[in-house]
Design a protein around this ligand. Structure first.
Ligand SMILES: Cc1cc2nc3c(=O)[nH]c(=O)nc-3n(C[C@H](O)[C@H](O)[C@H](O)COP(=O)(O)O)c2cc1C
Length: 258
């Protein structure tokens, strides 16, 4: 059997900081579950990733036309060749630091056209106290819309606190187990109603002439797709998807000009 590959992307400017340490703990626990796992860590601090210019080209014409020529494509290749991805960042002022925010912006087209859909995803956020960790985790989850990632928020205060090590170990163990379960049950299941609605809404919207002109890449992506992955053997999902698309076309017809 082919080796399972896990890629961890760390968005802390401190390569030897708390976030890297927590990802290392997750790595150790995953290797205990399966010593054959291939684990790669990528520090955004080492990558060349220019600031998103907000030109919308990735949304409208496709990410391959992004005018910024840097490590974006390499990072995407690494994500796509992994079976599971970890997005990890510290909390800076109630959210991810600029390094990670820029990655999220450079891949924001994924809200329209998810590219990691179906992969196991773990989001790890560290925080000095407790404030902001939820926001950091939900920003990290933007890298893989629709995936329902495992989320792990860990407090790393600069002072020693009673019982903290035990709590941290417990949290790390639980998250690693859950993530490993997702990695090993990596099969294409019947889509849930929310994901069907997500797909069908974009499919319906992208077929409107005005939308199609503004965002041809969405039209091309959704035109011949029945779902994010082939739905062989799921006639009920297929019917439901068509019904939701039909309903969305009717309701969007009231708000979007043809
Ligand atoms: C610029 C900056 C902003 C921060 N903002 C917060 C915050 O809003 N809430 C919080 O609890 N901790 C905050 N912290 C603490 C970090 O989230 C925490 O120390 C984190 O574990 C650092 O991870 P690292 O060592 O991987 O960089 C901040 C730290 C820095 C440097």
């Amino acid at each position: 059997m082919a080796e399972t590959k896990v890629l961890a992307i760390i968005g802390s400017p401190r390569k030897n900081g708390n976030t890297g340490r927590m990802v290392e703990e997750i790595r150790k626990r995953l290797l205990t579950e399966d010593p054959g796992i291939g684990f790669e860590t990528l520090f955004l601090a080492d990558m060349s990733l220019s600031m998103c210019k907000g030109c919308f080209v990735c949304f409208s014409e496709g990410r391959e036309n992004c005018p910024l020529k840097d490590d974006r494509d390499l990072i995407e290749e690494k994500m796509l060749s992994a079976d599971a991805v970890i997005f990890a960042a510290p909390t800076y002022a109630n959210g991810v630091p600029a390094l990670m925010k820029n990655l999220i912006d450079r891949f924001a087209f994924a809200c329209h056209r998810p590219f990691l859909f179906g992969r196991a995803v773990l989001c790890v956020a560290t925080v000095g106290g407790i404030i902001g960790v939820k926001q950091t985790l939900s920003q990290l989850a933007m890298m893989a819309p629709g995936n329902r990632p495992v989320k792990l928020g860990i407090s790393c205060p600069p002072i020693e606190m009673a019982g903290l090590k035990k709590r941290t170990d417990r949290k790390l163990g639980r998250a690693a187990k859950l993530f490993y379960r997702k990695i090993s049950s990596r099969r294409q299941r019947s889509p849930g109603l929310l994901n069907l609605a997500y797909f069908s809404s974009f499919k319906a919207m992208s077929a409107f002439d005005t939308y199609r002109k503004a965002c041809p890449a969405d039209f091309d992506y959704y035109r011949d797709r029945e779902y994010f992955y082939p739905l062989n053997g799921h006639p009920l999902s297929r019917m439901l998807g068509k019904a939701i698309s039909g309903l969305m076309t009717i309701s969007l017809g009231f708000v979007i000009k043809r």
